[in-house]
Design a protein. Sequence first.
Length: 232
Amino acid sequence: MMSNLRDQSLLKRGSAKDFAYFELKQRILKGELAPNQAIVEEELSDELEISRTPLRSALQQLVFENLVERKPNGRLKVPSVSVKELEEIFTIRGKLEEIAVEQATENSTQDDVRSLSNIAFMIKQTHKDGRVEDILYYGSQFHNYIYDLSDNQTIIYILSQLNDHIHRYRRLVPDQSIDRTIEAGEEHEVILDCIARKDKKGAKFAMQKHIYNSLQVAKSAVIPFEKNKFNK
């Protein structure tokens, strides 16, 4: 697997616009460009060592994806966060994931169950070391496998867009919330058990519960953040 530095180097050689898009998107999703932070083209152009034209193209793509906001005066900023948006995103995500897991359960084979079991095992192993980033990584792998297994290309496309925004909100949740990541790992095992038993109804209910619980944790982080940062 290539390192992030090598990824960026290859992108920069191939396309300045793609490099800028990749770099800015990662900074936004990781919270390095914080919610409501102003985006100054001149500063970014100097920092990324690219001209303004490809930078503007990258920013326009991020505006289209709602990861950058253009204000009425034409200036750009990172979008703020809100409980309302969070609930909207998770409501749509939940419905799509319920459909995906039902279809994945119907399509699953023993090989698929073994693959999901391996991912669930890795989630449990990373719990022991308290490596929150790894837990989140393998959690995403678990869900991505279900998306692919559903063989529903529309769901896969929409969820890929939603999950960028979910990732941004997730970054607001403190790493100290390890108890929730442990709980989430157990929820993945319940979903896996339903898939293995071809229990579509059970898998749908387990996924519904998992998404709801994830929403509650995210809300607990966003409520004080929204109040302290944006309502002064």
